[in-house]
Design a protein around this ligand. Sequence first.
Ligand SMILES: [Zn+2]
Length: 254
Amino acid sequence: MSELKGKAIEPIHEHRANVLYQHGTLALLVPGLLEGTTTMGELLTHGDTGIGTGEGLDGEIIVLDGKAWKVGRTGVVEAVPDDLTLPFANIHRAAFQYQCERSDIGLEELNRRIVEANGRANTFFSVIVRGTFSFIKTRAVIKQQAPYPTLEEVADRQAIFLGHDVRGVMLGYFSPVMFHGAAVAGFHEHFLADDHSIGGHVLDAVLERGEILSQVFDTLVTHLPVDNPDYRNHDFSQDNIGEAITHAEGDTHR
Ligand SMILES: [Zn+2]
């Protein structure tokens, strides 16, 4: 088992590949502000690679090579139309740099070593892991209808999917702990099998063999739904944001 090399991954400024674009904040999902406030088409003007969820927490979205895919409660992978609206998404222009190859490693250990190798615990970065996963466990939240429940109430309304010996891509974003609330501190990872047999928000995985690529950002652009009445009028001081996000998103081994 080869060690992760401490190869320095630096931000690339060409084509704005140093910029992570985020629509919304995870904090607005906590009290149930789940209305779609941007469109997939608009997001794709800011990048070709990303993750997100549709209005009402409609499925787990992954964007790869400029194409958006969604996994909902049935587990079927569907193409996302440009007019799908989203309350939250991360997107960027892919300029990943090869980091290393890894084999026979679980998700927690893999994530820990990626942060160590990058030496980037206080920086936003994206990771792509391409290869064969001997085990993958994903979830898709079930779409909610207005009036929307809180994120904590929704946490149990999800479908779980299991895969074995699956070739695919795991795309993740790492957010520094000081941004917990705006994002999930640590990794937020979505998966898509090459044959589209499984996808979703990654809960657990074992990488049999694969390559790891990273892209570091020095700039975070946060686009907020400033004209959405529910967002404008909501009093966030009453929400226990950090704790609710940890409960709903932070623990990848539930
Ligand atoms: Zn997710």
